[in-house]
Structure formats: structure tokens, C-alpha cells
Ligand binder design. Structure first.
Ligand code: ADP
Ligand code: MG
Length: 286
């Protein structure tokens, strides 16, 4: 394509809410045959709520520790806790990327997050808590385990909303001959529930942040030109690794910096739009 065509293509992208880092990005966009989509904050709005019944003390303690984290799950828990009154003070709150948070509340050493995080540190689930956890996941919610002083004590169910436009975006990708893949740190059951709603059958769940880039590399090793769409700190390495990284404009700065493209609209239909634009600009639509 001529420099003028590239400039026009880049400008057209901007009108569609697709910000390219430079005109050269159009070439990698054109080659994409596989699109890997993060779940939380990408296929879904990432606006989460705590649902179902919750033990008040566990919620307030968990909320205090989560208050220091920007993760959508953390914000939901902090907000739900605050509705029950002022949050207790917390010492040395720490984020454990893709797993949860820790900190000290009223002298109790707290751990809040994925079941595997608590299991790894020897905090066992009772039969009742295991049943609560399975019930939450069967509903498509994310189960967050709250533990302190060596024992798991409560399960919080946190639910998210699938964006209305995500299923159309996935259908449009398929129409372009592109294969959609869902990649998430969340549990398999919750991931499958979202995948079914948007029409994706290739689901890779329970993936730790550092493994997200490996999942992209694995698809590349199979000969695919891979685009990754994500919003979180946990997506940054995968966005950088992908042939084309697309960051949600509502996402974290780290994700935006790692990407080649920023999607200004909160609408994944911009992804097939970008592929179509690149194909057209570079003259491969026959
Ligand atoms: P996704 O890949 O869907 O964007 P993340 O990689 O950010 O999800 O997180 C993976 C999983 O780790 C979440 O589904 C949740 O179970 C757990 N998790 C991450 N951060 C937190 C947190 N601050 N509090 C509780 N759980 C968390
Ligand atoms: Mg995310």
C-alpha cells in the first residue's frame, strides 16, 4: 500500500475508535487468523457485584484487604463491604497477581482470592465451604475464598456481566475466518458459562498471568498469527507477545502501553472492524 493509503487507513481506524500505534500495525492486523480474548473486563464489562448471602465479618475483613487492589473483583468486594459500614484498618496489604490479596486486619493474617491460592498456603475448605464454592461456580460466578489465621472461613460469589456486543463481535470474527479463543485466569466453569453466552468453544481457563503469554506463544508455535485482546496488568505480557496486541481503552495503563492498538469504544466489534480495515487498506479483500 502507498503511504497515503496507510495514512487514510490509520485515520479511518481512529474514526472507528481503533487507535493504531503506527501505520505499520496494519500489516500485522491483516495477517491475524486467531484472536485470543481475555474474559474479565474484555468479553465482560468487568463491573462486578457480590451476589448471594455473605457472612458480614468475612465480607468486612475481605473488603478491607481488597480496598488496596484495583482488580474488578477487589472493587466489588470493597464496595459490598463498605455498604455494611466503615472498613477496618489493614496492614501490609499486598496484591498477588492473578490470584488474590493478603494483609492483616485486626491482628488476623488474611488471604482472599482463588481457591488454589488458599490451598497452596494450607488453608483448607470445609465440606460446607466446598459446596458453597461449587454452587457459586455452577452459576457462572467467580468464587472468592476468604481465610484467616490458617483456615478458610467464607466463600464470596462475585458475578460479572457479559457485554451485549460480545456475541456479535465473536460471530463477526468467525465470518472473517478468524478463530476466537477465550483465555482467563478464572475457573473453568465460570469461563465456560461466559464462553457459551458469546459463542466460543475454545476455552483456556485457570491460566496464571505469566502463563497467558505462554498460551499465546503456543498458538504461534502452531503457525497462527495471533491477536490478543485484554485489559489488565495480567494481560500485558500476552499483549506484548502476540503478533497484534489490542488493549481495551478502559483497561489499565500497563495493558495500553503493551498493546499495538487501543480500542476506545467498550465494544469488541472494533476487533473485526480493525481486521476488515487492515485487509481493505492493504488490498487483500477481493
Ligand atoms: P481474567 O483473566 O478473567 O481477567 P485475572 O487473571 O485478573 O482474571 O484473575 C484471575 C482470577 O484470580 C480471578 O478470576 C479471581 O478468581 C482471582 N483474583 C485475581 N485478583 C483477585 C483479587 N484481588 N481478589 C480476589 N480474587 C482475585
Ligand atoms: Mg481482564
Amino acid at each position: 500500500a502507498t503511504p497515503t493509503a496507510l495514512m487514510v487507513g490509520t485515520g479511518r481506524g481512529a474514526q472507528l475508535g481503533i487507535l493504531l500505534r503506527g501505520p505499520e500495525v496494519l500489516e500485522s492486523t491483516r495477517r491475524v487468523d486467531t484472536v485470543v480474548l481475555d474474559k474479565t473486563g474484555t468479553l465482560t464489562t468487568g463491573e462486578m457485584r457480590v451476589v448471594g448471602e455473605v457472612d458480614g465479618t468475612a465480607l468486612r475483613f475481605a473488603a478491607a484487604v481488597e480496598d488496596g487492589s484495583t482488580h474488578p473483583i477487589a472493587r466489588a468486594i470493597a464496595e459490598a463491604g463498605r455498604r455494611r459500614g466503615p472498613l477496618p484498618a489493614v496492614d501490609d496489604a499486598r496484591t498477588i497477581d492473578g490470584l488474590g490479596v493478603s494483609g492483616t486486619v485486626e491482628g488476623h493474617s488474611m488471604l482472599v482470592g482463588r481457591p488454589v491460592l488458599l490451598a497452596e498456603r494450607g488453608l483448607e475448605l470445609s465440606a460446607q465451604l466446598r459446596a458453597d464454592l461449587e454452587a457459586a461456580q455452577a452459576d457462572g460466578a467467580t468464587a472468592v475464598v476468604v481465610g484467616w489465621d490458617g483456615a478458610a472461613r467464607a466463600v464470596l460469589a462475585v458475578a460479572d456481566t457479559v457485554r451485549e456486543t460480545s456475541a456479535d463481535a465473536v460471530a463477526a470474527l468467525r465470518a472473517l475466518g478468524v478463530r476466537p479463543v477465550l483465555l482467563t485466569g478464572d475457573h473453568e466453569t465460570a469461563a465456560r458459562a461466559v464462553a457459551a453466552q458469546v459463542g466460543i468453544d475454545d476455552v483456556r481457563a485457570g491460566v496464571l498471568p505469566e502463563q497467558k503469554a505462554d498460551a499465546v506463544a503456543e498458538l504461534q508455535a502452531q503457525g497462527h498469527a495471533v491477536a490478543m485482546v485484554g485489559d489488565g496488568v495480567n494481560d500485558a505480557a500476552a499483549l506484548a507477545r502476540a503478533d497484534l496486541g489490542l488493549a481495551m481503552g478502559t483497561g489499565t495503563d500497563v495493558a495500553i502501553e503493551a498493546g499495538d492498538v487501543t480500542l476506545v469504544r467498550e465494544d469488541l466489534r472494533a476487533v473485526p472492524d480493525a481486521l476488515r480495515l487492515a485487509r481493505r487498506t492493504l488490498g487483500t479483500i477481493r
